[in-house]
Design a protein around this ligand. Structure first.
Ligand code: FES
Length: 164
């Protein structure tokens, strides 16, 4: 077999692979999609379920209340941080100067008491940063350290006056 025949043989394999690959997406009610992928040339079926409400990710509502009582209700996808939810929606009082690396404390919030058990534990780094704040309260958190999960749908936090 010369080198020209080798090239032809090698080209046939990916072409066959392409024609035997199938992808099917099924909607599962209002809350998700099932995706099946058939790679015929390898004899593989891959399947996955994506919980979806709007786009790929659950949307949750977070309410930010300013020190003067002004309210900002935002809808964000799960996966980011509460700080990102505020910044991307233009909520005042969250500067996030360090971009979320837990080193500036300009994303300080007070978590509504009923949500304290759902926002996760403070890391030693977050604890250290908060200990430098004179306006720290028992429900203080750095919003960049709170991950937005489905359980936080309806979360209420207040932004401290000193961040305005
Ligand atoms: S954004 Fe800097 S500590 Fe949260």
């Amino acid at each position: 077999m010369n080198s020209s025949q080798m090239e032809q043989t090698c080209l046939i394999v990916p072409r066959e692979a392409f024609y035997t690959t199938q992808l099917a997406v099924f909607k599962l009610g209002a809350n998700g999609y099932a995706v099946f992928c058939w790679l015929g040339f390898l004899g593989i079926v891959a399947a996955s379920i994506f919980p979806v409400e709007k786009g790929f990710g659950f949307m949750v509502n977070i309410q930010f209340i300013e020190h003067d009582g002004s309210e900002h209700s935002v809808e964000v996808a799960t996966g980011g941080s509460v700080m990102q939810a505020a910044v991307t929606n233009g909520v005042p009082g969250i500067d996030a100067d360090c971009g979320g690396s837990c080193s500036c404390a300009t994303c300080h919030v007070y978590v509504n008491e009923q949500w304290l058990g759902k926002v996760g534990e403070l890391s030693p780094t977050e604890e250290a940063m908060l200990s430098l704040s004179t306006d720290r309260k028992d429900n203080s958190r750095l919003s960049c350290q709170i991950q937005v999960t489905e359980e936080l749908d309806g979360l209420v936090v207040t932004t401290p006056e000193f961040q305005f």
